[in-house]
Design a binder for this molecule. Structure first.
Ligand code: 6PG
Length: 260
């Protein structure tokens, strides 16, 4: 049982019972977008995030049912953000993807465009910026899909509240310094996120209920980096579990609408 509500013409929220259902829905959507993008323009470009929430979703991408339905040699994977750690470090977002599905699918290394966390943040961001511009052939990449999470503080990718990175208008990727025990990071910037065709936000657990109420119910959307993601001509879909949806009035009022 899921509840789906359109917030407006380009934003929707789907509430699933738990993280398993959320992961299954995410994997199905990834596969669907991959097939439709490949049919439409010959390739599928996706930027992935880290965090705890997407692990099961990523594992499903490596399964026969989902992974077997994707033409992987037409898929190009990028990352929404990365920590400045080597690629085999437990905190590496690349490592999360590698362990959960990249080791199981037939994706050539030429199709894997990771952020080089083993370099310093400035160098890694500059190299990633150059790679993005060269790959897409435009100053601003237009991803078919960007997968994002949201922190309890409203951050998304590595765009944190109050960060100067939020004001970046020219670069596609920027470095940022983080205090111990976090690591310095590289993140895609808002112009890139807001140029995507599809943005998929994933959120699970009661700890996210407050910030989701502020963003999705429009209490303080623009006060949170995640709420600033609103692609000009793309679609934002929130897939969240029941615990994360506990404070949403949008869902309460939309329950008579679409549901399945
Ligand atoms: C990361 C992401 C970050 C993440 C959120 C949510 O690599 O950690 O950059 O933006 O998506 O912090 O994380 P959870 O899924 O663990 O709640």
């Amino acid at each position: 049982m899921e509840t789906a509500v359109n917030i407006d013409a380009t934003r929707s929220v789907v509430v699933l019972p738990d993280i398993d259902a959320l992961s299954g829905e995410s994997a199905d959507l990834f596969a669907l977008l991959a097939r439709t993008s490949i049919a439409a323009h010959g390739r599928f470009t996706a930027a992935l995030s880290g965090g705890r929430t997407p692990r099961r979703f990523y594992e499903l991408l490596g399964s026969d049912r989902i992974g077997g339905s994707i033409t992987w040699d037409r898929v190009h994977l990028f990352w929404a953000d990365e920590r400045i750690v080597p690629p085999d470090h437990p905190d590496s977002n690349f490592r999360l993807a590698l362990e959960s599905f990249l080791c199981s699918v037939n994706l050539s290394s030429e199709n894997i465009h990771r952020i080089k966390g083993e370099k310093d943040a400035e160098t890694a961001a500059n190299e990633y910026d150059r790679e993005l511009r060269a790959f897409f052939g435009t100053p601003l990449p237009a991803f078919d899909l960007v997968v994002l999470g949201v922190g309890e503080d409203g951050h998304t990718a590595s765009l944190f509240p109050g960060s100067g990175a939020l004001r970046e208008r020219n670069r596609t990727a920027v470095p940022l310094h983080r205090e111990d025990p976090d690591h310095d990071r590289v993140t895609l910037t808002l112009p890139v996120l807001n140029n995507a065709h599809h943005v998929l936000f994933l959120a699970s657990g009661a700890a996210k209920a407050g910030v989701l109420h502020e963003i999705i119910d429009e209490q303080n959307r623009k006060g949170h980096p995640a709420g600033m993601v609103c692609p000009r001509s793309g679609e934002v879909r929130w897939l969240i579990d029941a615990a994360a949806a506990a404070k949403l009035s949008t869902i309460e009022s939309g329950k008579g609408g679409e549901s399945g």
